[in-house]
Design a protein around this ligand. Structure first.
Ligand code: SF4
Length: 232
């Protein structure tokens, strides 16, 4: 059987139930999906619509447990409870919450009060294919509890389009997963070079007096570990 004719796995479980889906827009998926992977398709769409800058505060790189990295829409940490608010004052205000702690947190683009996606027209490809995914061989339903599953009204054309979106997501995600580690490394090494150049420029502009003071500070720091040893 060709890939095009494969039914998603859910419908293969039972010969009676056929895969049908219609998004009910109850948005339960937006409440706890964790990081949403972003692809070049999304970046291109946002660039075309002139909205890339709006997404910048929410974009992050997620180093996954399997070692791979994804560009993601990072969930925002929920507001702290009262007791936590008191503790917060002692903490570093720039300390970032690790993405692992936000895996069940709502999407930052979901407005809970209005119960809607704030960027629906610009929503990522991943949201357009959810809950159907393609893994390169088969179509998979990744959320069996999605309320849209089993809804009537899906035409043959809708199914073809959904499968095509799932395939496109797989292709785009693969493209991004190949490119991201390379880009990440190039950007990090360029950033290091830029920092070192700025440091050398700053040093070259220092007066002899300031250079002497800096030398003294370094000498003191070098001596300190030996000082500690004497106490061992
Ligand atoms: S981007 Fe929109 S559709 Fe996608 S998970 Fe977030 S709120 Fe839901």
């Amino acid at each position: 059987m060709s890939e095009e004719n494969q039914e998603p796995e859910k419908s293969e479980e039972s010969t009676k139930t056929k895969f049908t889906f219609k998004c009910t827009r109850v948005d339960t998926c937006c409440m706890g999906r964790g990081p949403i992977p972003i692809t070049f398709w999304d970046l291109e769409l946002w660039a075309k619509n002139g909205v890339v800058a709006n997404f910048m505060p929410y974009l992050d790189i997620y180093q996954k447990p399997d070692g791979g990295i994804d560009l993601i829409l990072k969930p925002l940490p929920p507001p702290p409870k009262e007791e936590e608010e008191k503790e917060k004052t002692d903490k570093d205000p720039f300390e970032a919450v690790p993405i692992e702690a936000l895996l069940d947190v709502k999407c930052p683009m979901y407005n809970v009060n209005d119960k809607k996606c704030l960027i629906y027209e610009n929503r990522p490809l991943s949201c357009r294919t959810y809950p159907l995914e393609f893994d390169g061989k088969n179509y998979i339903v990744v959320d069996a509890d999605c309320p849209g599953l089993g809804e009537e009204g899906m035409s043959k054309e809708d199914l073809i389009e959904m499968r095509s979106t799932a395939k496109n997501m797989h292709f785009e995600l693969t493209r991004m997963r190949i490119a991201l580690p390379v880009l990440n490394q190039v950007v990090s090494s360029n950033f290091m070079k830029m920092m070192m150049k700025q440091q050398m420029d700053a040093m070259s502009k220092m007066s002899d007096d300031d250079k002497g003071k800096l030398d003294e500070i370094f000498k003191k720091q070098e001596q300190e570990p030996e000082h500690d040893h004497n106490h061992d």
